[in-house]
Design a protein around this ligand. Structure first.
Ligand code: ADP
Ligand code: MG
Length: 734
């Protein structure tokens, strides 16, 4: 990095903190926007509020005392036609006043303001010397502090008379310095970067070379020759639609897909114990008969898909996704039964105690104790633990349900063959790895055997995201809900409508039903500046005293002790509490079929998928359920957050698509990948087409030449050798 002019040890460490470590990283730190400085403007045509670049000459300057006791520095200037414009400085960089001598010339870029009918700019970006063609005036080099103009002969070419890049700010690096560093790096290194895309693929889509793409993205050259006007060029650049952008987007997707598909192949080549043939399938059938209901078509299909995987001598790596209440857990239990029947142990890890306990009770209830199940959470007593550990180590075929207590050191299995993770995005890669490793075993041939793995998720994710985030997983989907449930009626509530919503809720509770009220925070101090947010504990009091004095109101939040939570939950389950005020603790799990109202306060603070998940807490019984989404947003803001999608549909996949568009992939991935997806240029929503092309190409490259030994794939081979260890390991889900 320090080979780049302008980057010394200090800047190198600032960059390193942003994961910009190599020249290549620097060159792929792309502009987030562009500014058109291709035209010098006349002051006479400037409008208030626009950003513009003008050539100016100093007429005079003065320091003006302000009422606050500070001083303001004002520079009176004129453009070449004699139109006046003033510059204002509230913090004058050291030494700058000396340079504003009458007659001095410079180019200024800034936002135009109109103050008492006179145009001005405050703290503009300056470049000394006159218009780009003229030689800059000789001004001695001082230090390169924030905003201090440099006497830089290249400034004319770099900063003016063109479309210039606008970068995301990096603290401690002035905008202009950053642009200058990129300029230097692009000039010197863009064309030396190794080309990672095979020529064949570049030709297939007519994509430009890497060096050319990088150069043009940072410092677009005049493309008016191809018939486009400057404005169109900017529009294409801003929309990431230029051929240069496309080339980099495709390249990112292709590399990503190659990594993830190779990872998947590697998993597929690993060994596992196979299940299902030796009594497992029969056991499953027997368990299924014990269920008080028939499985839905989707559940049956999922069971079959999983049994297909378990029957192979390679580890299953499958995700089962479907809305809350679609019956995923039942599928997990049944397939675990097949593994237990053949002497294997299984485990189901859930993100909260409430959920783990509920799974445990459900397993006992559904199968009348015929599925050997144990429960381990932070609340399990010492004696029970010891007894359980002894049974596990003795190899008893059992399903151990629990929280992250499962991954603690003392838990040892004798023959863990099947690992199931509920709400898998709630766990980190590391936690899931630890659990999986508890099932590592030596096969009779001395080779390692891995346990089969099933992840469960109630946050349906859009297809494009599944292809990337879960590209190394098989995915099963449960769309069909168990019969007898009617869709939850959903309404966004603003202003005065709140009162009638409260009354509708009152009617529901009078009829014997129950209601959830969900709040984003426990108490107001958690988020300074959001003091208007209603906090759960205060609201619980208000609801109990002022709105529903006739009902019993309970409170549940994440800072309560586990047994306090348990008490509150149980009281709600028994209908001793009719209204449960809660933070998002209830988001996952909890099954109270008698609850028919989900009221969510400050719903704009949640993602659409999260709201949808919360809504899934009701509508579990046969009675009509209701969801009230309270918001303080005005109509325009509300349109942007698209809350009405929730009024229109209960299809989790459609909601997820909308959420992805609004909030990006981070919302879906949670803690499962430290840095989220590794795209600098590509966008999963905007660039879906290119993702699909890249995936197809990656598949066909790997099918023909998995190790990149053919000469035409040499660039890919070089890429994997170069980057292999550094980035690629972040990608997979295991
Ligand atoms: P999920 O894990 O997808 O949220 P669960 O497996 O916990 O869903 O199922 C939710 C509820 O629906 C449970 O009470 C379960 O017993 C019940 N259930 C599951 N499958 C069916 C079915 N096919 N028919 C009727 N009820 C079902
Ligand atoms: Mg569940």
């Amino acid at each position: 990095m320090q080979f780049v002019k302008g980057v010394g040890p200090r800047l190198a460490s600032v960059f390193r903190a942003r994961e910009i470590e190599t020249v290549r990283d620097l060159l792929t730190f792309f502009p987030r926007a562009y500014e058109d400085r291709s035209k010098m403007r006349s002051v006479s045509e400037l409008q208030e509020g626009e950003r513009a670049t003008v050539t100016l000459q100093v007429v005079g300057s003065r320091s003006i005392p302000l009422r606050s006791g500070k001083r303001m520095f004002e520079v009176r200037c004129v453009d070449p036609e004699g139109n006046p414009l003033a510059l204002k400085y509230f913090h004058l960089p050291r030494g700058l006043d000396q340079k504003f001598k009458p007659g001095a010339q410079f180019v200024a870029t800034g936002t135009v303001k109109n103050y008492l009918n006179r145009l001005e700019m405050s703290h503009p970006e300056l470049s000394w010397g006159s218009a780009p063609s003229t030689a800059p005036s000789p001004v001695g080099k001082t230090n390169a502090g924030e905003g201090l103009p440099l006497n830089d002969p290249q400034a004319a070419e770099r900063d003016f008379g063109r479309i210039i890049p606008v970068y995301t700010e990096i603290e401690g690096v002035p905008t202009r310095s950053l642009r200058k560093i990129l300029w230097e790096a692009v000039q010197k290194y863009a064309h030396q970067l190794e080309e990672d895309l095979p020529l064949r693929l570049r030709d297939k889509y007519g994509l430009p070379k890497l060096g050319e793409a990088i150069r043009s993205i940072h410092f677009p050259t005049d493309q008016k020759s191809d018939g486009k006007s400057g404005e169109n060029v900017i529009a294409d650049l801003l929309a990431f639609r230029s051929p240069f952008h496309t080339r980099l987007i495709y390249e990112e997707f292709l590399k990503f897909e190659l990594v993830i598909l190779r990872h998947r192949k590697k998993l597929e080549s690993e060994g596992a114990f196979a299940f299902g043939r030796d009594g497992g399938a029969d056991a499953l059938t027997a368990l299924r008969k014990l269920l008080p209901f028939p499985l839905t078509g989707d559940q049956n299909r999922c069971v079959e898909e999983i049994m297909g995987d378990l029957g192979r001598s390679h580890p299953m790596n499958r995700l089962i996704q479907g809305d809350v209440g679609s019956g995923k857990t039942v599928v997990a239990f049944l397939t675990a039964g097949a593994v237990l029947a053949e002497g294997g142990q299984a485990t189901l890890m859930a993100p909260t105690e409430i959920l783990a306990e509920q799974h445990y009770k459900n397993a006992i209830k559904l199968f009348g104790g015929r599925l050997n199940t144990m429960l381990l959470t932070g609340r399990t007593g010492a004696a029970d633990r010891r007894a359980m550990f002894a049974r596990l180590e003795a190899g008893e075929p059992t399903l151990l349900v629990g929280t992250h207590a499962l991954i603690e050191d003392p838990v040892r299995f004798r023959s863990l063959r099947y690992v199931m993770i509920d709400e898998q995005h709630r766990f980190g890669v590391e936690q899931r790895r630890v659990l999986r490793e508890k099932g590592l075993a030596d096969g009779p041939d001395g080779r390692k055997r891995y346990p089969h793995q099933l992840s469960l998720s109630a946050t349906p994710i859009p297809r494009t995201l599944a292809l990337t985030a879960y590209g190394d997983l098989e995915v099963s989907t449960v769309k069909e809900m168990p019969p007898g449930r009617s869709p939850v009626r959903t309404q966004v509530i603003r202003g005065e409508a709140r009162r009638s919503a409260y009354e509708m809720i009152r009617l529901q509770v009078r009829e014997g039903h129950q209601a959830y009220f969900i709040y984003p925070l426990v108490n107001e101090s958690e988020a300074e500046g959001f003091t208007s947010l209603k906090s759960a504990s205060q609201e619980a009091e208000r609801l109990a005293r002022e709105v529903y004095p006739e009902f019993k109101v309970g409170l549940l939040h994440g800072q309560m002790k586990p047994d306090e939570k348990q008490k509150v939950m149980e009281s709600f389950q028994r209908n001793e509490t009719q209204i449960l005020v809660s933070t998002t603790v209830v988001e996952v799990g909890v099954d109270v079929p008698n609850a028919t109202v989900m009221a969510i306060e400050h719903c704009e603070r949640f993602g659409l998928s999260q709201l949808h998940q919360l809504r899934g807490r009701v509508g579990r019984g046969s009675a009509q359920s209701h969801c009230f989404l309270f918001t303080h947003q005005n109509a325009r803001e509300a349109t942007e957050s698209r809350l009405e999608v929730l009024e229109e549909t209960t299809d989790g996949f459609r909601i997820a698509e909308a959420d992805l568009e609004i909030r990006g992939p981070g919302e879906f991935l949670g803690t499962r990948q430290s840095g989220g997806l590794p795209f600098r240029m590509a966008n999963l929503v905007r660039d879906q087409d290119w993702l699909l092309k890249a995936r197809e190409d990656a598949q066909s490259v790997l099918a023909e030449d998995a190790e990149f030994t053919r000469p035409e794939n040499a660039p890919l081979r070089a890429y994997f050798e170069r980057e292999g260890r550094r980035r690629l390991q972040h990608f997979g889900t295991t």
